[in-house]
Design a protein around this ligand. Sequence first.
Ligand SMILES: C[S@@+](CC[C@H](N)C(=O)[O-])C[C@H]1O[C@@H](n2cnc3c(N)ncnc32)[C@H](O)[C@@H]1O
Length: 263
Amino acid sequence: MTVRIVYQDCIAFLSELPAGSVDVIATDPAYSGMNQHMMFGTGRIVGDYQSPGNERWFQEFHDDPDTYRRFLRQCQRVLRDGGHVYVMFDSFSLLSLGGLVREFFDVKNVIVWDKVKLGMGHYFRRRHELIVFATKGRRKLSRRDIPDVWRFRRIHPPRYPTQKPVELFSAMLAGSVEPGAVVCDPFVGSGSSAIAALQRGCSFLGCDVSAEAVEFASRRVAAYQATGSDPAQPCSARVDGEAYSWLDASALPCAGVPSTKAY
Ligand SMILES: C[S@@+](CC[C@H](N)C(=O)[O-])C[C@H]1O[C@@H](n2cnc3c(N)ncnc32)[C@H](O)[C@@H]1O
């Protein structure tokens, strides 16, 4: 199983991959739409990623429709015929950009990630994100028992901003890969998608425009490959009592509250 994580823009990275060389794209883009368009009360914007003092936050992807179409066009080119694609959205980006996915892929479903605990929000507190599932051509999921609502706890505190649970990516891969498949995430962040790919015996290709993210994800993957445990998510995000028969048990290191130990 090979892993390649590079410091590069998503579109440039995808443009250099051979056509049809990827089996599954599972990705969580850094949408800027909410920050550009959503103004609350005094004009303060949720998630101020850019201003001085917020250096730990990352650069946003310029997700205007033209750029987003260029991104999706490259995803479509690198994905093999019969490949599956999973793209994460919040409610706002789903309304502004989600429809564009249909121009390039056959959209089959929109999955809800229920984060279990309430987050921020002025008009209803946010507790979910969305994942558009689509195919290039025809290929069914390999299993028929996966629901379209997934309950996984957030990673708290995250070791990387917006770090997602490995289980979330593992769920995306559950019906879409066999060992040996090539998984691609062009917004790799902390590398949760890479860990999920390795747990399923897949190779991984990813990039990020943050040097810190590339460094973090690379160290995380190396530690996982050396020890078999994940230093950035030592505990499962599963909810006690929830049935996860469709999720590979080997992808779940332990149950309980995630450790707060810094990585
Ligand atoms: C929402 S985060 C991904 C989090 C990741 N799924 C995880 O679990 O850690 C989005 C990532 O996209 C990166 N990013 C922003 N613009 C990008 C671009 N143009 N190309 C590639 N990566 C980009 C950010 O640096 C950030 O790490």
